[in-house]
Design a binder for this molecule. Structure first.
Ligand SMILES: [Zn+2]
Ligand SMILES: [Zn+2]
Length: 260
C-alpha cells in the first residue's frame, strides 16, 4: 500500500516543528510521500497563522534541498492557500510564481471571520444558512481552477453545530463539482483531534463522493510531527467500504491515481 500525506504545517506557518522532524516522523509512520502545505493567506492582517508571502522563496528552496537530501522518502512541495471570492488573480499569481507540486485550496474565511478558530462564529446565526453559504464557497473554490485539492470540504462542522434540515444535496453539489473540475478532496483525519471528534468530510456522505467519481487523498493536516499519517489505516478502510479503489498523488501540479 503506497501512503501519501499532503497536508503538513511546519514552523514556516503555524506548525510546531521544523520540516526535517516531519520527514523523520513520516518515515517512521511508513509513509512513501510527504508533502508540505503551509498556510498562505492573502492579506497581512489575516496572517496570524499564515506564512508571510515574502518567505515563499525561502520555503521553496528549503523543501527543494530536503528533496535532494532524502532518497528514503518522496517529498512534495505544496501550499494551503485560503480561497477568497474575487481574489482569483492574486491567488493565481502566487500559484504560478513557484514550482509547486500541488495547491490545497481551503475555505477558512466567511467574510472577515474564520469558521474554525472558535464556536463564537456560529452563535446567533442560522446554521442552515451558514452551511449552505459555506458549501457554496467551497464550490466556487473548486470551479476557480486554482486548486488541485480542496482542504476539509466541510470544515464548518468543526464546532459541532448541526443544520436542522437534510443537507445531502450540499454534498451532492460539492461532489459533482469536484468530479467535473478534476479536483480532489481530502479525507482529513485531523477533525478527530478537534471538537468535532471525527474526520472531514462527514462519513455518512462519503459514498456520494465515490458515486460521482470524485478523486480523493488521505491527509493528516498535522501541526506537529506526532500526527503525520495519524489514523490513516482507519481512513483507508473507510474509503474502501464507501467504494473508493484509488487515491490521487501529485507532482508538478499533475494528478495521477494510485490503487489501494
Ligand atoms: Zn485548513
Ligand atoms: Zn491545514
Amino acid at each position: 500500500m503506497y501512503r501519501t500525506d499532503y497536508h503538513i504545517h511546519t514552523t514556516f506557518s503555524d506548525g510546531k516543528a521544523d520540516p526535517e522532524e516531519y520527514i523523520e516522523a513520516a518515515i517512521k509512520a511508513g509513509l512513501n510521500e510527504i508533502g508540505f502545505s503551509e498556510h498562505l493567506t492573502l492579506t497581512p492582517e489575516r496572517q496570524k497563522w499564515s506564512m508571510d508571502q515574502t518567505r515563499l522563496p525561502e520555503y521553496i528552496s528549503r523543501i527543494a534541498s530536503l528533496k535532494k537530501m532524502h532518497t528514503d522518502i518522496v517529498i512534495r512541495t505544496g501550499l494551503e492557500l485560503d480561497y477568497f471570492p474575487g481574489k482569483t488573480r492574486e491567488l493565481a499569481d502566487i500559484c504560478e510564481a513557484f514550482p509547486f507540486d500541488y495547491i490545497i485550496g481551503s475555505v477558512h474565511y466567511m467574510g472577515e471571520q474564520t469558521v474554525d478558530l472558535g464556536p463564537e462564529f456560529y452563535i446567533g446565526k442560522d446554521i442552515n444558512v451558514v452551511f449552505e453559504n459555506y458549501f457554496n464557497l467551497v464550490c466556487e473554490a473548486i470551479s476557480s481552477g486554482l486548486f488541485d485539492i480542496i482542504g476539509h470540504v466541510d470544515l464548518v462542522r468543526i464546532h459541532r453545530f448541526k443544520p436542522s434540515t437534510d443537507i445531502s444535496h450540499l454534498y451532492e453539489m460539492v461532489a459533482d463539482s469536484l468530479a467535473r473540475h478534476d479536483v480532489a478532496f481530502e479525507l482529513n483525519t485531523n477533525g478527530r483531534n478537534k471538537p468535532l471528534g471525527d474526520f472531514y468530510p462527514d462519513r455518512q456522505y462519503l459514498r456520494i463522493f465515490a458515486n460521482h467519481g470524485a478523486r480523493v487523498c488521505v491527509n493528516s493536516d498535522a501541526h506537529n510531527p506526532a500526527r503525520v499519517g495519524q489514523f490513516f489505516d482507519e481512513a483507508y478502510e473507510l474509503l474502501r467500504i464507501n467504494g473508493f479503489s484509488e487515491m490521487s498523488a501529485f507532482i508538478n501540479r499533475d494528478c495521477y491515481q494510485i490503487p489501494f
